[in-house]
Design a protein around this ligand. Structure first.
Ligand SMILES: *[C@@H]1O[C@H](CO)[C@@H](O)[C@H](O)[C@H]1NC(C)=O
Ligand SMILES: *[C@@H]1O[C@H](CO)[C@@H](O)[C@H](O)[C@H]1NC(C)=O
Ligand SMILES: *[C@@H]1O[C@H](CO)[C@@H](O)[C@H](O)[C@H]1NC(C)=O
Ligand SMILES: *[C@@H]1O[C@H](CO)[C@@H](O)[C@H](O)[C@H]1NC(C)=O
Length: 509
C-alpha cells in the first residue's frame, strides 16, 4: 500500500514536471525592430534552457543573439517588408506634425505583414510539418496575425508589450485606462497639466486608439482565414479576452504607476542584470574619447534615422557640439558622413550601447526615449536629454522629466543654444547625476529578478487555467467598466424628475 503510494506520487510528480518543462512555445514578432527582440530574448533563452521547445519567428536576417536550443524561422517575405521600413522613422514626419498619420500607417500595414508571414516559404514549410503543435504562443505588439496560429494549435497565448501599456490594448483585456489622471501615450502633456480640457482629450484619444485598432487589426482576420484555410475564425475581441497573460516591458519609474490586474506582469530590466560586465570599448572609440573631459552619447535608436533630419537642424546639433570643444560626442548615425562634421564628433552606424553607457567618462545620453534605451540609462545612472519622436516616446520622456531623470526637448524647436545649455545643465548640476543614481538604485531594487519572475509566470500559466487572474470586467464594454452608463441613467432620471417637478409647480401656481 505504502509502496504504491510512493509510486503514485513519483509518477504524478514526474508527469507534472514533464508537462511543464516539455512545453512547445512559439514566439512571434511581426513588424518588430531589434529592440523588440532584445527585451524578450533572454526569456526565450531561459525557457529553452529549462527544457521547453522554443520556436522563434522574427523578420530580420541578422538577429541579436542565437541559442543552440532555439529554432529560428526567418520569413523571407517579411524580411523584405521590414527592410522597406529599415531606413527608420523619418524625422520630417515629426517636424511636419504627421505622427498620427504615421501611426495609422503602421496599424494598416498589419494586413501586408500578415500576408507576407503566411506566404513566406519558410512558414509554409514549417506549417506542413506533421504533428506540429504548440502549447503557448507569445505574441509581440501588433502581431494579431498570430491569432491564426493560436487558433490552429488551440494554444494559450501571451501578449508581449515591448513599450509601455498601449492604450488600444486596455479595453480588450478589461483594464480601466485611468484617463482622468494618466496622460495618453501619444499626448505631450504631463499629469500636472491634466485639466478638464486635457482630460476630455485624453478620454477621446483612448477611444480613438481603441476603435482604430479594432478596425485595422480586425482586417487581419480574413487574411488569416484564407491563408490557413479556416472555415471560421473567432472575433478579435474573443482572442483578446482569451489572453492568458500580458508581459509588459515597464516599471513604475519609467511608466506612470497604474492599477493593473494580476494578469499583467512587468518585465522591465532584463538587460540590467548582474551577469553583464562592461567590455572595453573598441579601439576607434576609446582613442577618440581618450584625453577628453568626458563624452555625450547621442542615439535615436534603431527605429529613427538621425540622418533624415534637414541639414539646417543638423547644423543646430553640430553648432552646440562645436561650442563645447572640451567634450567629445558619439552619435549613432547611419548614412553618409556630412563634410562639416565637427572634430569632436564621431558618427558611427553602431555603438556598443551598454558598454558606452557603463563607461566612467559618459556625461549624458541624448535619446529618443524609447525602450530599452531609457532602461539602459536607468541601469547605469546616465543623465538624460530626451527628444521623443513617436509611439510611447512622448509619454516616456514626460514621465522621466517629471521625476527629474531627464531634460525634455522638442525636436521641432531645437536650437544650438538650447541644446548647449541643456548639455551644460547635465554636466554642471550635480543634482542631475545624484537623482539618476537614486532612481537607478530604485530601478534595480526588486523582490525578484525580472527574468525569474517572467519565467515563473510563463510556467504558471502553462500549469493552470488563468481565468482567476483576469479582471472581472473583461467581458464588459468600456462604458460599463467605467460605470458611465450608470451615471448617464442617473442624470437622465434626475433631469426627468426635476422637469416634472418644475412643470407641476408652474401648473399649480
Ligand atoms: C490551403 O489550401 C490550399 C489549396 O487547397 C493549399 O495549397 C494550401 O497549402 C493550404 N494551406 C494550408 C496552410 O493548409
Ligand atoms: C478561448 O478560450 C476558450 C476556453 O479555453 C476556448 O474554448 C475558445 O476556443 C478560445 N477562443 C479563442 C478565440 O481562442
Ligand atoms: C544581461 O544583460 C546583458 C546586457 O544587457 C544581455 O545581453 C543579457 O542577455 C542579459 N542576460 C540575462 C540573463 O538577462
Ligand atoms: C518650443 O520650446 C518651448 C520651450 O523651450 C516650448 O514652450 C514650446 O512649446 C516649444 N514649441 C513647440 C512647437 O513645441
Amino acid at each position: 500500500m505504502k509502496i504504491s503510494n510512493v509510486y503514485f506520487c513519483a509518477i504524478s510528480f514526474l508527469s507534472a514536471v514533464s508537462c511543464i518543462s516539455g512545453s512547445n512555445i512559439l514566439f512571434l514578432q511581426i513588424s518588430a525592430t531589434p529592440s523588440h527582440r532584445m527585451t524578450i530574448w533572454p526569456l526565450a533563452e531561459k525557457l529553452a534552457d529549462a527544457g521547453h521547445k522554443i520556436t522563434y519567428i522574427f523578420p530580420n536576417e541578422k538577429p541579436i543573439g542565437s541559442h543552440p536550443k532555439i529554432e529560428e524561422l526567418t520569413p523571407s517575405k517579411m524580411v523584405k517588408l521590414m527592410s522597406d521600413f529599415a531606413p527608420g522613422f523619418d524625422i520630417n514626419i515629426r517636424l511636419n506634425d504627421k505622427v498620427d498619420e504615421w501611426h495609422q500607417q503602421v496599424f494598416s500595414s498589419s494586413v501586408q505583414f500578415c500576408e507576407a508571414l503566411y506566404d513566406s516559404p519558410e512558414i509554409k514549410k514549417w506549417l506542413d510539418r506533421p504533428g506540429l503543435k504548440y502549447d503557448l504562443v507569445i505574441l509581440d505588439i501588433l502581431s494579431e496575425c498570430g491569432y491564426g496560429l493560436v487558433y490552429k494549435f488551440k494554444a494559450k497565448h501571451v501578449q508581449y508589450l515591448p513599450t509601455s501599456m498601449t492604450p488600444f490594448n486596455f479595453d480588450g483585456i478589461g483594464i480601466v485606462p485611468e484617463t482622468s489622471s494618466i496622460p495618453d501615450m501619444s499626448q505631450k502633456f504631463k499629469p500636472s497639466e491634466l485639466g478638464f480640457i486635457n482630460r476630455v482629450r485624453n478620454t477621446m484619444m483612448m477611444l480613438l486608439w481603441r476603435y482604430s485598432y479594432l478596425y485595422f487589426a480586425g482586417n487581419v482576420l480574413p487574411v488569416i482565414k484564407s491563408k490557413l484555410n479556416l472555415t471560421d475564425i473567432p472575433s478579435l475581441t474573443e482572442f483578446e479576452r482569451n489572453t492568458s497573460l500580458v508581459l509588459v516591458n515597464h516599471h513604475f519609474i519609467e511608466d506612470y504607476p497604474r492599477s493593473l490586474p494580476p494578469m499583467v506582469v512587468p518585465l522591465s530590466g532584463l538587460l540590467c542584470n548582474k551577469s553583464y560586465k562592461p567590455n572595453p570599448l573598441p579601439e576607434k572609440i576609446s582613442s577618440f574619447i581618450g584625453g577628453s573631459e568626458g563624452f555625450i552619447y547621442i542615439s535615436f535608436g534603431n527605429a529613427v534615422a538621425a540622418s533624415s533630419m534637414p541639414d539646417s537642424l543638423r547644423e543646430e546639433f553640430f553648432g552646440a557640439f562645436r561650442s563645447l570643444p572640451k567634450l567629445k560626442f558619439l552619435w549613432k548615425w547611419t548614412g553618409s558622413i556630412p563634410d562639416n562634421t565637427p572634430a569632436n564628433v564621431l558618427l558611427l552606424p553602431w555603438f556598443p550601447q551598454n558598454d558606452i553607457l557603463a563607461h566612467p567618462k559618459v556625461k549624458g545620453f541624448v535619446t529618443h526615449a524609447g525602450r530599452p534605451s531609457t532602461q539602459e540609462a536607468l541601469c547605469f545612472a546616465t543623465p538624460l536629454i530626451t527628444i521623443p519622436f513617436f509611439g510611447d516616446q512622448d509619454a516616456n520622456a514626460n514621465r522621466l522629466e517629471s521625476i527629474g531623470a531627464a531634460i525634455l526637448l522638442d525636436i521641432t524647436n531645437i536650437t544650438s543654444t538650447l541644446l548647449k545649455d541643456s548639455i551644460q545643465e547635465l554636466i554642471q548640476n550635480p543634482q542631475r547625476k545624484s537623482r539618476m543614481m537614486e532612481l537607478s538604485k530604485m530601478f534595480k531594487d526588486r523582490p525578484m529578478d525580472p527574468l525569474e519572475n517572467a519565467f515563473y509566470w510563463i510556467e504558471f500559466i502553462l500549469r493552470y487555467d488563468t481565468s482567476l487572474l483576469k479582471p472581472l470586467g473583461v467581458d464588459q464594454t468600456w462604458y460599463q467598466r467605467d460605470g458611465w452608463h450608470v451615471l448617464c441613467i442617473c442624470i437622465v432620471i434626475l433631469v426627468i424628475v426635476v422637469t416634472v417637478l418644475i412643470s407641476y409647480n408652474s401648473i399649480c401656481s
